[in-house]
Every structure is written in C-alpha cells, then in structure tokens.
Design a protein around this ligand. Structure first.
Ligand code: KG4
Ligand code: ZN
Length: 346
C-alpha cells in the first residue's frame, strides 16, 4: 500500500509518499520560516498563501522522488486539523481533489495523531504506549491504544511548551524560531544561575503549566541592573531549559505510574513533536523512562518536526483497519485528540 500524505497546518508545506512496509519513499518539506521571521511569529494569512503557492509543486516532487505516478497510489491522507484554518484548507482541498479524481480512499488526519503515531513508522513499536507530545501548539500526555483510541492523561492549562520556548527566546532577544536558538544559547550557560519556578512540580495528576515560568523570566530580567549581556542570556536560557526539563520529567513520571496501572502490557515512552528535538529534554525524559523500566523512543529530528510522512503514515494506520473519510470531512482549527474515543468523528 502506498499513500500520499499532505501537511499544511502551520508553517511547513509538506508532501510525502509512504508504504505500509514503513518505507518512506519521499518526504519533501518546505519551511516558511524566512517568510514569517520579520514578524517574529507565524502570520496565518502569509502561511495560507504560501501553502497555496507551493503545495502543487511539492506533491509533484513527492511523487517524482518516490518514482511513482498518481496511478500507483492506494490512498490520500491530508491534515484536517488542528491548525491554522487557511493553511489546513489548502492541504485538505488538494488531498480531496486528488482522491476524487483518482478515485482513491481519503483520510482526514488529525495532526496530533500523526505526531503520536510517528514512532510506529520509525521504530515499529507496538500498542499500547505512553506518548508525550510537545510542540508549538500542544503539550500533552496520552495513552495510545490504537489509531483513534487515546486516553488523555494531562495537558497544559496555559501555554504549550514550544510556545514557552518561543516567547522566552523572544524576551532574550534570541530571534525566531525560538526553540532551537534558546537551546543553542543554553549550551554555553549555567542552569543553576537563576532560580526559576517549576510550575506543577509534585502536584497530583499530569497537567502542565508554563506561563508562570515565562513571567518569572520576565521579572528576573527586569530586576537586572542592565540589559543582559551574552553570558547572562546564556545562563537564563540554560536555567529556563532546566526548569522545563524537570517539569516535563515530573509530569511524565506521574503519567507513567498511571499508564503502568491501566496498561500493564505497555513498555514504551514515546516523545514526539517539534520540542522533542531538544537534547536536554530528551535526555531528562530518557532517564525518567529508564528509571521506570520503560524503553524510550524519540523519532529522528526530521520526523519530530512537522512533515507529511507522518500524515501519510497516520493515513496508512487508519486505512489498514478499514477507516476512511468522506470528501465532506471538515477542516477543524480545534480538534481534541481523545474525542473519538468517546463517540463518532464530528
Ligand atoms: O511540531 P512542530 O514542528 O510544530 C507544531 O507546533 O506543530 O513544533 C514547533 C515548536 C516550536 O515552538 C519550536 O520553537 C519548538 O518546537 N522547537 C524546539 C526545538 N526545536 C523546535 N524547542 C526547544 N528546543 C528545540 N531544539
Ligand atoms: Zn506539529
């Protein structure tokens, strides 16, 4: 089975061809970072127009690089949400049009489900597993039982963790996108220098909170006698990153305890989403998994950040068990992942 995947929910335009043998035949990603940089963040209207300009060419390239034509496809999968609605519509309509013309089954993919299922593509791991999804828009802990079958253990009550990285980086004048820049600065910094709060640490449950941490960075910077020099910036970046690592590890420990009770057969902690690119966080989570006897899986960097191979794979997972969607499937700016567990898809 060969499936074409399309991703346009944020600031990456992407198309990929993946087989049900887990081989990625092509995976083309076009980042819009340069277009959004002057504004210090993703501008939805610019994103939508840029997706529209590029999606056709990228689909053609994905097929070319895979060495196949439309006639070789067995299905089409496109991200239908959650994300920026203008961009989502561009990819969704493109996928539906291809499916209609080529008479192929169509899957409307939940972007977070695509992140959550990626370790099955990259590492072939078995259900059930515990997943920590950390990106610019999300921070959640989920038990993954099957495609479309999730139990949410915890989520953020305010900012997503990537958002906290991006905003903190902005305060520190580290530019955009903030996550990678902040990690780079932190490499040269002292994580003990600033005593920042660890929101939610030790609390019951598995929820996260990051806005207090962001505010503490702001207040600490305001109290400094002068604008921060490079060493101070690096120390703040390292202190922030360390606080996030401790909080993520603590929340994940709680989730592991619950996962162990509910799914004794589960053996794996997975971390996915753009923030999973961060080395310090990965190490902290790997240690947490090992201490609880779970194995740890984080997809390779290029499959952690937004891409279409994960969307094609989510399509394969659903098609394999007989699930597909009508061409009336809506674009959904908000789309909670565990909703389907409770009832049919809306
Ligand atoms: O999954 P993703 O590519 O896009 C979505 O949000 O869906 O994640 C992007 C987020 C951004 O907030 C970015 O700053 C963050 O992931 N990020 C990082 C790193 N690389 C990307 N955060 C911390 N450290 C990194 N190395
Ligand atoms: Zn994402």
């Amino acid at each position: 089975m060969l499936v074409l995947g399309i991703e346009t929910s944020c600031d990456e335009t992407a198309a990929a061809v993946v087989g049900d043998d887990r081989r990625i035949r092509s995976n083309v990603v076009l980042s819009q970072i340069d277009e959004h940089r002057p504004y210090g963040g993703v501008v939805p209207e610019i994103a939508a127009r840029s997706h529209l300009d590029h999606i056709g060419g990228l689909v053609t390239r994905a097929l070319e690089e895979a060495g196949i034509g439309y006639g070789d496809l067995d299905g089409v999968a496109a991200t239908a949400g959650p994300g920026l609605i203008g961009g989502v519509m561009v990819g969704l309509m493109t996928g539906k049009a291809i499916a209609l013309v080529r008479k192929l089954p169509f899957v409307a993919v939940n972007h977070m489900e695509a992140h959550a299922l990626t370790p099955r593509l990259t590492d072939g791991i078995e259900f059930p597993y515990l997943a920590l999804l950390v990106s610019g828009g999300h921070c959640m802990l989920l038990a993954v039982r099957a495609p479309g079958d999730y139990r949410r253990y915890g989520t953020t009550v305010d900012d997503a963790v990537g958002e906290a990285f991006d905003k903190t980086a902005k305060m520190l004048g580290l530019g955009y996108p903030g996550g990678p820049a902040l990690e780079q600065a932190a490499r040269a910094g002292n994580p003990e220098r600033f005593d920042l709060p660890r929101p939610m640490l030790g609390r019951d449950g598995c929820d996260f909170s990051f806005s207090g941490l962001k505010t503490a960075v702001r207040q600490t910077l305001d109290r400094l006698p002068e604008p921060p020099d490079a060493p101070t910036t690096n120390d703040m970046a390292a202190s922030f990153q360390q606080a996030v690592a401790e909080v993520l590890a603590d929340r994940t420990r709680h989730a592991i305890a619950r996962f162990r009770r509910e799914f004794p057969a589960g053996q794996t902690l997975v971390v996915a989403g753009g923030v999973a690119a961060n080395e310090t966080l990965r190490r902290a989570l790997e240690k947490t998994a090992e201490a609880s006897g779970l194995s740890f899986v984080a997809p390779p960097l290029a499959l952690c950040t937004d891409n279409a191979a994960m969307v094609a794979w989510a399509g394969i997972e659903r098609l394999r068990i007989g699930l597909s969607d009508g061409l009336d499937a809506p674009a959904r700016p908000r789309w909670p992942l565990d909703e389907r567990a409770a009832g049919p898809r809306g």
